[in-house]
Design a binder for this molecule. Structure first.
Ligand code: ADP
Ligand code: MG
Length: 697
């Protein structure tokens, strides 16, 4: 067993109870975990401030001086101990609300102390509450930068605060001396002027100085990013070499007939380019794995359809999977309509497909009668088997979990070509990592004639004005969406708000002049479908809904999107919702209605929406606000589980890491060369752990 795998309870001072807590609270099971429990910040203890220099907004500071007086003031709950602390420049109060007796017996008057804490001002005077106090010793050599570790309430209660964790690490390090294997090649370390791995890992806990700390952090971040990039690139190369795909090299009647005779408009240049890119992939002999990014309304569905027609022309089946029933139905109707003059068998399979129909579909898939199958997760069920599935389209991919996507691979002996489509633009930084083994196509152009959506932020109190505006738009024969939030935690209240909103709307917009539809997740799917259809067909003027309509729905005549409690939505969700309008040639509007109490982050979100229609810009802001972990279900997949690296802040290191990984694999694709032995030794087990997700996306 390697020393790093030593169970944490073997460390002196840990013991079974503390070990249990460390495991439960912060996932520290072994020496290795503790070593990688990196500090989240450092405090500079090399600097001693003068009391007279204290000002507002100071971080934690250190002072040197004497306590000249103790005083207990206040009654009962406001009872506190105040010590007058004096240095050669002035006086400041130290305050304790707890542990008064102990403090008084432990601290002596007129003794030289170093105290450490954050000054706050109270009634024009500064004080420091619950400072750290230690005896000042002249010749004592102290570590200038002291690591601070995250602790939790439960850990704190058992005495495992930041300081105690630091002590545990200090105790452990001597056992690890010369035991931490180098993971990079000598060449790379020299080239990038990085410290050795062991040196970096020790130094991050006990930095000798600021400069070395930065170098050590850089080294560890580089490792994290480098091995992930190495893995992504390697997976991509080996997929291209190994996994053969179906050859779809023919363009035949199905495609040509549609393209020449039925296509109601000219493709945009971006659509044409993307189709070319896809054709190039599927003509070859390897299996395509491509991500298609295009803002809402950019016409991805049509691209998907044209590709599926190519599959048909080569004698193969395709399927299109969407995350919601409504969206699948819409894809189905659109595509059936596009194909009305052609002999193509298209079927819909969702959770609510009747058993009898389901059986027929299962059979017709196997005997090859069905050309295109459209549906929800229902497509992933084991019973759904194709006779020759060659092309798979996954719409709005971030809605599907990684494991679900993996299932599509098992549908054939030969993996089908996979086109993943998303309207949530992913910043390059993230897509490089998240989809590092995918090829990426981008539709960066909207069909001509679209007017930019006007986005307006209104407060609740403008209700009358909003109603007047809706009426004007309906008199102009436009349709309106009104969306209410529905967040799991406050589901009950949200439904109540939704129904109240609906009822008051019905009062404001009475029959027969106005027709109001409602769709929410608790309705039966046939009712949802019925209401949705009435709106799509222009029978109803207003669609009141929760975010079930968020993805994909296409009603070109709808020109107003009103989002209630807009401050509660995430940015990418807001952008998706806004994308439901602006699909026709009319001027469209998005009204963000918010309360008055909004967090700063909420304000930034709404302001960003008002400022830009550009999905890529929005996703950059979103990434900054939320951090990559929360985006697109990456959290549960663990792909971005870096201990230290941050995809945004460490973008430069990421670029280096990727470039170096590429270079190494170009020269040594299997990491066989002696000079890469360190890298390959670390990489092999690493790759085994990551195998689950890399194949799929
Ligand atoms: P998304 O990329 O958001 O999925 P859709 O595929 O739903 O967008 O397309 C939005 C609308 O634009 C649809 O009504 C579609 O028919 C239309 N459309 C697609 N391509 C073009 C084009 N080249 N010219 C005009 N309209 C187009
Ligand atoms: Mg779409």
């Amino acid at each position: 067993m390697h020393i790093l795998s030593t169970p944490i309870e073997y460390l002196k001072g840990v013991g079974p109870a503390k070990a249990e807590l460390l495991k439960k609270e912060v996932s520290i099971f072994t020496y290795g975990d503790l070593l990688q429990y990196y500090p989240f910040r450092y405090i500079d203890k090399s600097k001693v401030f003068n009391i007279s220099d204290i000002s507002d907004d100071m971080p934690y500071i250190q002072l040197k001086g004497k306590i000249i007086q103790f005083e207990e003031i206040g009654q009962k709950r406001s009872k506190r101990l105040v010590a007058k602390f004096k240095d050669k420049t002035g006086l400041i109060d130290l305050v304790w609300f707890k542990g008064v007796r102990w403090i008084k017996s432990y601290l002596k008057l007129n003794q030289d102390y170093l105290i450490f804490g954050k000054p706050t001002s109270f009634k024009g005077k500064f004080n420091i509450a619950h400072p750290e106090v230690e005896l000042y010793e002249d010749n004592f050599k102290r570590n200038a930068l002291q690591a601070v570790y995250h602790s939790t309430d439960k850990l704190n209660a058992k005495g495992l605060n930041s300081k105690a964790i630091g002590l545990l690490i200090k105790k452990m390090l001597p056992f690890l001396k010369d035991k931490i294997e180098e993971t990079l090649s000598k060449k790379l370390i020299e080239k990038l002027n990085l410290p050795q791995k062991e040196q970096a890992m020790f130094n991050i806990h006990f930095p000798v100085n600021h400069k070395e700390l930065i170098r050590s952090q850089k080294r560890i971040k580089f490792d994290e990013l480098f091995f992930l990039q190495l893995h992504l690139i390697k997976t991509k190369i080996s997929r291209k070499n190994k996994s053969k795909g179906y050859t779809l090299n023919k363009i035949g009647d199905t495609f040509n007939d549609f393209y020449n005779n039925s296509l109601p408009f000219e493709l945009t240049n971006a659509q044409k380019r993307v189709i070319k890119e896809i054709r190039k992939d599927v003509k070859g002999h390897y299996q395509m794995n491509r991500l298609l990014q295009g803002d809402v309304g950019s016409g991805k569905t049509l691209v998907a359809l044209l590709c599926m027609l190519i599959a048909i022309d080569n004698g193969f089946q395709s399927c299109l999977m969407a995350p919601t029933e409504i969206l699948s139905i819409q894809h189905f109707t659109t595509i059936v309509d596009f194909m009305k003059n052609q002999n193509v068998n298209i079927q819909l399979l969702t959770g609510s497909t009747k058993t009898k129909q389901r059986k027929i579909i299962h059979e017709d898939l196997l005997n090859g009668k069905i050309d295109i199958l459209i549906g929800t997760h229902a497509l992933l069920e084991d019973k759904v088997k194709f006779s020759n599935l060659a092309f798979v389209v996954i719409d709005e991919q971030h809605r599907f979990g990684v494991a679900q996507r993996a299932k599509l691979w098992t549908k054939n002996n030969f993996p089908p070509h996979i086109l993943v489509m998303t309207a949530t633009p992913i910043p390059r930084t993230l897509s490089m990592t998240l989809y590092g083994d995918l090829d990426v196509s981008i539709i960066d152009e909207l069909p001509p004639g679209r007017k930019a959506i006007k986005t307006i932020w209104k407060s609740d109190s403008s209700r009358l004005q909003i109603i007047k505006f809706i009426k004007e738009q309906i008199y102009l024969k436009r349709q309106v969406y009104i969306v209410f939030p529905l967040i799991e935690e406050s589901e009950k209240l949200d439904y109540k708000n939704l129904m109240e909103g609906y009822n008051s709307l019905v009062r404001e917009f009475p029959l027969p002049d106005f027709q109001v539809s409602i769709v929410h997740g608790k309705m039966k799917s046939e009712d949802k479908e019925y209401e949705m259809k009435r709106f799509v067909d222009g029978i109803t003027d207003i669609m009141v809904a929760t975010t079930v309509i968020e993805v994909g729905v296409n009603v070109p005549n709808a020109s107003v999107m009103i989002i209630e409690s807009a401050e509660r939505f995430g940015l990418s969700q807001l952008h998706q919702l806004r994308g439901r309008v602006g699909r026709g040639s009319e001027q469209s509007y998005c009204l963000l209605v918010s309360g008055n109490k909004i967090s700063n982050e909420g304000k930034t979100r709404l302001k960003t929406m008002v400022d830009t229609n550009d999905g890529f810009k929005i996703s950059e802001v979103d990434l900054k606000l939320r951090g990559p972990g929360d985006i697109m279900g990456t959290k549960q997949s663990g792909i971005l589980d870096f201990k230290l690296a941050d995809l945004i802040k460490d973008n430069k290191i990421l670029q280096y890491a990727r470039a170096e990984a590429l270079k190494i694999l170009e020269a040594d694709p299997n990491l066989d060369l002696a000079e890469n032995i360190n890298i390959s030794r670390f990489y092999r087990p690493y790759a085994r752990e990551k195998v689950g997700w890399s194949r799929i996306s």
